[in-house]
Structure formats: structure tokens, C-alpha cells
Design a protein around this ligand. Structure first.
Ligand code: GAL
Length: 633
């Protein structure tokens, strides 16, 4: 694998005379990809059905002739104002029934059939015109599905489409009533036309109703994306990409990714540290200018899975952003570190957002590689250096990890719907497990819940997985590596009911959950081997071998041969000792790392990253603040 660098560029924002020079500077900086077009609908189709291709023809030509490969965006994230005249009901509606307005972006509802046709049409006419251009490398469909909280919409078109979706799923209304348990509060329906969207109910709506609505909302993204993909594929054989986001779990990215060729995501480590990873104030202070040491890595591994091995960073933060509550500048060295980290996780490309800082509109305070006056920004030279180093390093051989962690989108929706303790969250538990394993120096893969094989993994974790399907249970039973299931995994069936026999009902283990306790933040129960558990505890009735207990003797980790069940959420210390023992028993090499230091291995290289703002001693060597070490194996 030979990774490349790129940037995001908006020719429509700048005078045409500057394009050539911009392109030449991109090339001399070492960039080879340039993404354009994803917000340009009002300039491409200023009035319905009238297209203006001239400027885009010339932009693609200028960029391409300078040696850049163009990633061309289809512009459906920014429907122009005239679209509203045509479809006044295309706007998304929030949970409080407020219609979201025109004047920024992503204002459409995924369920609007007319808008879906328009979005596919503009994608199709673009693909027809540019699909075989030698300068067009690939396509980005839309932009950041889910950004600004736009997946779940309570519009009238969504209501109609949800009823249709339900009637296909359940066929008869009696089957729906039975599956949801609608007898509970006399919520039974006489027809699909009776079923409303689950917002503005007096108290919580039926969780089965909510879960189906979340599944439906996710499916609408898949259908929308597929319509765009089909439209482009009619005219172009170039790879299709979408740029996903950090910690957006409102739709099933695996399913959307199945219809695309490459996954990519937009990585803004400093903004995410403040508003997306639940970090404590101390942690935020410590990593203020570096970002969380695990959050980006987790997404890299997740999107590698979503892209079935092929993935990029489409937008990399190059300096301060504009949208977080506070926006520090990255510590010198961090943009280089983030780039190398993505590459260590097997990214094929890293593109910086954006080429030049915009002196107008919403993102004036968002850094680019150039300042608004076209002078180089603070990190320009870091990118030059990184490009030089990438060229010198040569080929990186990609490989599979020994350790895997299952992450599931439906579980996020399920536990948001019925958290039981307000801090139980499917993303957070996977993230904490991921962090705990990385602190032990481990390289991980993320697996989808419908994985078809666990082969080759020495150690697999399945935490917080709402529905442990028959297929996954079978894979676990037949696996010869160590598998750790739980907490909470398999505690509902697909209709959001407690299964009988009681969970976890793992056939290798005589173990059932008697009852569950949840605790507020700050409350913990000691573990015999050190550390504690927090947030979630399952009282296990078991005759299986007890591997770990609380100080009061309650079992929390039980096992039979290589299959384990974990009935609690361990804290950092308990996790370190538990996970280390599990790794050793699975034959995985552990190397406890100093805080803030992380490593990742590929077949050919070992990459070490110091996320701290100070130097760290490791294996007898000083690694400078924001430092990167790469060892050839
Ligand atoms: C991303 C988005 C870009 C830009 C950027 C600012 O979420 O895709 O268009 O808004 O954030 O950080």
C-alpha cells in the first residue's frame, strides 16, 4: 500500500484566475487528490433543469492538467432554494415537530420521494458528463450523512414511508401488535394507517416502536445512498465513496458501505475531544491540543471495516476549527501524527480540509492549509514533511489484527431507547474496551455483528450487543480463539423483548442474569483483583468457572474453556488486569504502554505515537511530544 495526500477545494469560492496557481501549489506540496463539488448545486443548476457546466469543466481540467486526481462530489447535501418551491414538504422535521429551515445545509428529509429523485438526477447528469473524465478519480456521494442531526426526521413523508416500511415488515397489523407487545398499555392498532411516529408521546413510547423507527430511519439513508450510487454507476466505473463522521451512529454505516467501494471519514480530533467523546475535564486539559488518543484510531478501524478494507480520511483537521465550544490549535507535530496514525491504520489517502480558509460565510474561522490571503498556514510545512516521509518509507504491507471488537449500530439505538442507567451507551462501552485494549499495546480490528467469520482472531470481544443472533452464537461456538461476550449482550431479541431462556443463554456456559443494577457516575464496586466496576452490574446465577469476582464475592467474569461472559462494566484498572490475563490466555503479546502512547502494527511496520504534550520514555528511548516512531519489521 502506498498512501497519498489530498485536500478539499472549492473552485466556486475563488476567482478563476487563481485555480491554476492553487493547483500547482497543491502539487508542489505533495498532494495528489483534490475533492471538489460537493456543495456546488446552486452553481451547477441555478434554475431547475438549466445546467452550467462551463466552470466545472474548466476547474476539473485545470486541476487535472496540473497532475491532480479529482474526487468529484455530488451536491445533494445542499439543495438550492428553488428546490423548496418544487417540494415545500422536503424539509426535515425535528422531534418537537419543528420544520428545519433553508439557510445552511442538509435540510432535506431522507424520506421525501421527490427530493430523492432530484438528488439522483443531479448525480446522474454529473456522472454522464464527467464519469469517464481522465481527471476524475472517484466520486463522493453527498456529504456527511447525519451531520447536524439529520437522520431521524418526523416529517409527513417520513410518516407515510414508515407505515409502508412496517406493512412490508409485518404484513399484518396483528403481527406488529404481537411483536411490539402493544397490549401493554392498550396501544394496539387496527391498521398500519393508525401507526404514528414515536415523538411527542406523553411518556416514553414503546421501545419496540422506537427501535423499528430507528431501523426505518437508517434504511432511508441506505435507500437514498443506493439511489445516488445507482445513478452514478450507470455512467461511471470510478469508485464510489462517502465521507462518514465521528461518532455518528444514527444509521447503519455497514449497510450503506455495502453499496459503495471505499469508506472515508472526516477527522476533527480537537473538536471531537470537547464535544464527542465524553472526556473528563482533566482528560480534555491533558489532550487539549492533541485530541483523544483513541477516538480517531477507533474510527479508522471502524471505517476500514465499513469499507471492507478500503478507507480514507476525506477531511483531516489542519488547524483550529470553528464549530466546537472552544477551538485550540493543534500542537506542532499533531497534524503529522494524525496523518501517520491514519496510515498506520491502513488509510489509502488522507485529505486535509480545506485548501484555503474562507473569508466569508459560516466557516470563516476554520483553518485551511492556506490563510485567506493565500499565505501558508502554520501547518503547511508539517504536511510537506509528512509527504516527504511517506515517499521515503515505501510500501506498507497491510494485515489483520489478532484482536477484534464487535461494534453494532442497532445496539446504539436500542440502548438509547432503553438505557436503564443513563450512562449505558453502546458506543461508549465499545470505545472504553477499545481504549483498554490499546493501552495494552494491542492492534485491533472492528467487526460487524453480522460477521461471517471470526477465523484468525485470537481474542474477540462482544460488549453491549443488544441481539446476539443465532449466526453469531454459532460463530462463537465454533471459534477456537478466546471470545468474551457481555455485558448486556444478547439481553433482547430482535423485537426488543427479553428472551426466554433468560440472557445471556450461551450454550457453552451455565449462566443466567438474575437481575441488573445500574449506578450513577462516581459510584463503583470493588473488584477482588483490583479496580472496580461502574455503571452496570448483572447478578449472575452460574455454575460455570468464576474468573473474576467483586469484593463481595459476586461473580462478574465466568468461563467455560475459551468462552467467557462478563456481567459488568470494568473501570480502567480492572480492565487492564482482566484484559491482560485474557490476552495472555489467548496467546496475544501484551505491552503495557505509558499513558498517551499508542502503537499499531501492520505486517511490515510498527508505528508508535506519543499523543502527550511532553516527551515520554519508551523502551529506553525518548519520544518527543506529538512524536511518531516507525520501525520496519
Ligand atoms: C465537516 C464538513 C465540512 C466542513 C467541516 C468543518 O463536517 O464535511 O463541509 O463543514 O466539517 O470542520
Amino acid at each position: 500500500m502506498k498512501p497519498v495526500l489530498g485536500t478539499c477545494y472549492y473552485p466556486e469560492h475563488w476567482p478563476e484566475e487563481t485555480w491554476q496557481e492553487d493547483a500547482q501549489r497543491m502539487v508542489s506540496l505533495g498532494l495528489s487528490l483534490v475533492r471538489i463539488g460537493e456543495f456546488a448545486w446552486s452553481r451547477l443548476e441555478p434554475t431547475p433543469g438549466t445546467y452550467q457546466w462551463g466552470w466545472l469543466d474548466r476547474a476539473i481540467d485545470t486541476l487535472g492538467r496540473c497532475g491532480l486526481s479529482v474526487v468529484l462530489g455530488t451536491p445533494s447535501a445542499t439543495p438550492p432554494r428553488w428546490m423548496l418551491e418544487r417540494y415545500p414538504d422536503m424539509l426535515a422535521v425535528d422531534e418537537n415537530n419543528n420544520t428545519r429551515k433553508f439557510g445552511s445545509r442538509r435540510h432535506y428529509c431522507f424520506s421525501h420521494p421527490g427530493f430523492r429523485v432530484e438528488a439522483a438526477k443531479i448525480a446522474s447528469v454529473m456522472a454522464e458528463r464527467y464519469g469517464n473524465s481522465p481527471h476524475v478519480h472517484s466520486w463522493q456521494l453527498d456529504n456527511e450523512y447525519g451531520c447536524h442531526d439529520t437522520i431521524v426526521s418526523y416529517s409527513e413523508p417520513a410518516r407515510q414511508a414508515f407505515r409502508d416500511w412496517l406493512s412490508v415488515k409485518y404484513v399484518s397489523i396483528d403481527a406488529l401488535n404481537e411483536a411490539w407487545g402493544n397490549v401493554f398499555w392498550s396501544m394496539e392498532y387496527a391498521s398500519f394507517g393508525d401507526v404514528d411516529l414515536p415523538n411527542l408521546t406523553v411518556t416514553e413510547p414503546n421501545p419496540s416502536h422506537v427501535l423499528d423507527f430507528r431501523r426505518f430511519s437508517s434504511d432511508q439513508v441506505r435507500v437514498f445512498n443506493k439511489a445516488l450510487a445507482d445513478a452514478v454507476r450507470q455512467h461511471s466505473a470510478k469508485p464510489l465513496i462517502h465521507n462518514y463522521m465521528g461518532r455518528v451512529t444514527e444509521f447503519d454505516h455497514y449497510k450503506v458501505g455495502d453499496d459503495l467501494d471505499i469508506a472515508s471519514w472526516d477527522s476533527y480530533p480537537l473538536g471531537f475531544l470537547v464535544d464527542r467523546c465524553g472526556a473528563s475535564p482533566e482528560w480534555q486539559k491533558r489532550f487539549e491540543r492533541q485530541g483523544d488518543p483513541d477516538l480517531q484510531a477507533l474510527h479508522h478501524d471502524l471505517y476500514r471495516q465499513v469499507g471492507r478494507g478500503r478507507w480514507w480520511v476525506m477531511e483531516q483537521q489542519p488547524g483550529p476549527v470553528n464549530w466546537a465550544p472552544f477551538n485550540p490549535a493543534p500542537l506542532p507535530g499533531m497534524v503529522r501524527l494524525w496523518t501517520w496514525e491514519a496510515i498506520a491504520h491502513q488509510a489509502e489517502a488522507v485529505c486535509y480540509f480545506r485548501w484555503r480558509q474562507a473569508p466569508f460565510a459560516q466557516e470563516q474561522m476554520h483553518a485551511g492549509l492556506l490563510r485567506p490571503d493565500s499565505k501558508e498556514s502554520a501547518t503547511y510545512s508539517e504536511i510537506e514533511q509528512t509527504h516527504r516521509e511517506i515517499t521515503e518509507l515505501g510500501d506498507i504491507q497491510v494485515g489483520r489484527a489478532d484482536v477484534a471488537l464487535v461494534f453494532d449500530y442497532e445496539s446504539c439505538w436500542a440502548w438509547e431507547t432503553q438505557p436503564q442507567g443513563q450512562d449505558f451507551d453502546a458506543f461508549t462501552i465499545v470505545f472504553e474496551f477499545y481504549r483498554g485494549l490499546r493501552r495494552l499495546g494491542l492492534t485491533l480490528d472492528i467487526l460487524r455483528p453480522d460477521a461471517t467469520s471470526l477465523e484468525g482472531y485470537k481474542l474477540v470481544f462482544v460488549p453491549g450487543l443488544f441481539d446476539l443472533t443465532t449466526d453469531l452464537r454459532l460463530l462463537i461456538s465454533n471459534h477456537d480463539g478466546v471470545v468474551v461476550v457481555g455485558p448486556r449482550s444478547g439481553s433482547r431479541n430482535e423485537n426488543f423483548r427479553i428472551p426466554n431462556p433468560l440472557p445471556p443463554a450461551i450454550k457453552e456456559l451455565d449462566c443466567e442474569i438474575d437481575y441488573v443494577e445500574t449506578f450513577p457516575k462516581g459510584s463503583a464496586r470493588e473488584v477482588q483483583g483490583g479496580g472496580a466496576i461502574h455503571t452496570w452490574f448483572e447478578s449472575l446465577k452460574t455454575s460455570a468457572k468464576v474468573v473474576e469476582r467483586l469484593a463481595d464475592n459476586s461473580p462478574i467474569l465466568v468461563a467455560n474453556a475459551n468462552v467467557y461472559y462478563l456481567g459488568a462494566w470494568p473501570d480502567e484498572q480492572a480492565m487492564a488486569s482482566m484484559f491482560e490475563k485474557l490476552a495472555v490466555s489467548a496467546g496475544v503479546n501484551v505491552e503495557r504502554l505509558p499513558e498517551g502512547l499508542r502503537k499499531r502494527e501492520t505486517l511490515s511496520h510498527e508505528f508508535i505515537f506519543n499523543h502527550n504534550a511532553h516527551a515520554v520514555e519508551f523502551r529506553g528511548e525518548q519520544i518527543e511530544a506529538a512524536g511518531v516512531r516507525i520501525h520496519k519489521k
